[in-house]
Design a protein around this ligand. Structure first.
Ligand code: GFB
Length: 299
């Protein structure tokens, strides 16, 4: 039986599975609840998407929560999977785990070669421990558990939180509100940072591939390896939302890590013909979903 945790979230809701659970179905930060859930449902495969996630503002201001909740959820899910005989598990890291000062491009072997960027170090360390726990469980228990490292994921059913969300959903939501109110659009930082954006439906496909075909102890990067500046991103979002107002850049808001260029060469060896959704196309699908579902969106 294939289980997806975080099944009501942006990636989890895009993955095919026998059972998808959200925080209402099982509190993954509570060991007794997780153990009882695995005992009752006996999954044989797990794609563990559940996490406490957020953008730069959320990560900078709730470091204790981001560290504790992610450490607890990951530790509990991987241990319960072991105890209840799960054959294969895929866990999620993120490209923010990479060191802030390391040679580019970022590749899988560089994860632990220095401290992550201060803006999200608590979350990054919690996610790095997921890599360590999986490697330890493979060595001690001979388990076939793996982890994947997606870049900035965006897509339908994201968390469109204006303050603590990631840049794409926050800007889509804020641009939509500015257009409806006939106001200018406030954008954080300088616009010069570069990010790699991967569409949630691509991540869903690749996670299923990893569950079925990836078996290495080292994590594997899911990335378009195409950098886009925040300025270009917001211009795309404004065009797709038919926003006619001005962009107001708030220089008092943080830029965060300037760039985190990740190398997708390892995945390309396995899937040389994988077609990543182009950013403009993915944003178009996301914005169409947003406008069709507003105001019934997660925010
Ligand atoms: O997605 P984001 O919040 O986090 O992107 P990171 C932050 C970048 O977008 C900064 C700019 O350069 C911000 O200045 N930005 C502009 C905005 N306007 C906005 C806005 O309205 N909201 C937000 N949030 N940013 C994330 C980590 O880092 O990377 C996550 O925090 C995760 O944990 C993800 O690992 C992959 O890209 O900096």
């Amino acid at each position: 039986m294939r289980l997806v945790t975080g099944g009501t979230g942006m990636v989890g809701s895009a993955i095919q599975a026998d059972l998808k659970i959200g925080s209402k179905d099982c509190d993954l930060s509570n060991w007794a609840a997780v153990s009882a859930f695995f005992k009752e449902h006996q999954p044989t495969e797990v794609i563990h998407c559940a996490a406490k996630v957020g953008g730069i503002w959320g990560n900078m201001h709730y470091k204790g929560d981001f560290f504790r909740e992610n450490i607890l959820m990951n530790t509990h899910v991987i241990e319960a999977a072991r105890l209840h005989g799960v054959k294969k598990l895929v866990a999620f890291l993120s490209t923010c785990v990479f060191p802030d000062q390391v040679s580019y491009p970022l590749s899988e072997s560089k994860i632990h070669q220095g401290p992550p960027h201060a803006s999200n170090d608590a979350y990054a360390y919690a996610k790095r421990m997921c890599d360590i726990q999986i490697r330890a469980y493979r060595e001690q228990y001979g388990l076939q558990y793996v982890s994947v490292i997606p870049t900035n994921i965006y897509g339908p059913n994201d968390l469109f939180d204006l303050e603590n969300g990631h840049v794409v959903p926050s800007l889509i939501h804020r641009c939509f509100l500015a257009r409806e109110a006939g106001k200018n659009l406030e954008v954080w930082g300088s616009g010069s940072p570069l990010r790699e954006f991967i569409f949630s439906e691509d991540v869903a496909q690749l996670s299923t591939w990893a569950l079925e075909h990836y078996h290495e102890s080292e994590p594997i990067i899911f990335s378009t390896s195409e950098e886009t500046s925040i300025k270009t991103l917001v211009e795309m979002i404004a065009e797709l939302l038919r926003f006619k107002g001005k962009l107001i850049w708030l220089s008092d808001k943080p830029d965060g890590q300037h760039r985190k260029p990740s190398d997708n060469a390892k995945l390309a060896k396995y899937l040389p013909n994988f077609e990543y959704t182009a950013l403009y196309e993915g944003l178009k699908k996301t914005i169409e979903w947003f406008e069709a579902n507003y105001p019934n969106i997660r925010k």
